[in-house]
Design a protein around this ligand. Structure first.
Ligand code: HEC
Length: 103
């Protein structure tokens, strides 16, 4: 394995560990839990459904981060997700990565 590949793997492990710890707290802090749970359908899709749908898609984390901040409807049905303007860019991306890791 090249040094470069090893560094990449080490880096992504670090990111996964970091967000695995930080983000369940963030979704509580931002009250996403009112409408979402990891594996139980509430008002919105479960994180598991979201992860299954997007985890193979390039740029999925960035796309979901944007959707988290701006809200929207039509992907999972007609029920809209309200915009979450309090979520910072950094937190939105961390939460999106966490959601994509729920399987
Ligand atoms: C009032 C209820 C509500 C709250 C609060 C809410 N959501 Fe949602 N969320 C929804 C609904 C409804 C959908 C489905 C929207 C659609 O079909 O396009 C959704 C969709 C999503 C999706 C999938 C987007 C897509 O395009 O597939 C993600 C990711 C998500 N929410 C994350 C979050 C996060 C993170 C928070 C907290 C910062 C949050 N939601 C807060 C209701 C909510």
């Amino acid at each position: 394995m090249s040094k470069y590949a090893a560094a990449l793997i080490a880096g992504s492990l670090f990111i996964n560990l970091g967000s695995a710890m930080a983000s369940p707290e963030m979704v509580r802090k931002y009250n996403c839990t009112a409408c979402h749970a990891e594996d139980k359908k509430k008002y919105g899709p479960t994180y598991q459904q979201v992860a299954l749908k997007y985890s193979d898609e390039a740029g999925a984390a960035e796309k979901l981060a944007k959707k988290i901040q701006t809200g929207g409807a039509g992907v999972w049905g007609n029920t809209p997700m309200p915009a979450q303007p309090r979520v910072t860019d950094e937190d939105a991306l961390a939460i999106a990565r966490y959601i994509l890791s729920v399987k």
